[in-house]
Design a protein around this ligand. Structure first.
Ligand code: 4NP
Length: 145
């Protein structure tokens, strides 16, 4: 069983969306979770507009709850996917010594010029985030098969 952790800042917009999209597209051999580098929203469901935009594409985010990423995640997951470069920097600061779990930008797997998923909490563009996350999820699963 391969385990993938999706990480963003708040764990209420991008990474829960990535979790649901990857889970929907992946087979049973891949388990997916998400977490945030920040702690403001711990225990809360995803942001309403993110839930609504995802639901229109068939992804159910309603039962997800935010949590903060922790050093132990590096021991549990086989691949950690950061939504933006700052998430990647913050993740590297949490990496336990000797751990070599890959922390990659989710968008690295696509041929897109864009390397980050812009935060829809600030841009308001939930469709853009979904478009990028769906394309990256397809590319990642293609790469893992
Ligand atoms: P996310 O978006 O990282 O995609 O979950 C955010 C949501 C909330 C905040 C930051 C990012 N916030 O600072 O409250």
């Amino acid at each position: 069983m391969m385990r993938i952790l999706c990480v963003c800042l708040g764990n209420i917009c991008r990474s829960p969306t990535a979790e649901a999209v990857l889970r929907f597209k992946a087979g049973a051999e891949i388990s997916v979770d998400s977490a945030g580098t920040g702690n403001w929203h711990v225990g809360k469901p995803p942001y309403g507009p993110a839930i609504e935009a995802a639901a229109l594409r068939g992804y159910d985010l309603r039962n997800l709850r935010a949590r903060q990423v922790k050093p132990g995640d590096f021991e549990v997951f086989d691949l950690i996917l950061a939504m933006d470069a700052q998430n990647q920097i913050d993740l590297e600061a949490l990496r336990p010594s000797v751990n070599e779990t890959p922390v990659r930008l989710m968008m690295e797997f696509t041929s897109s010029q864009q390397s980050e998923v812009p935060d829809p909490y600030f841009t308001g563009d939930f469709e853009e985030a979904l478009d990028l996350i769906e394309a990256a999820s397809d590319a990642i699963l293609e790469c893992l098969i």
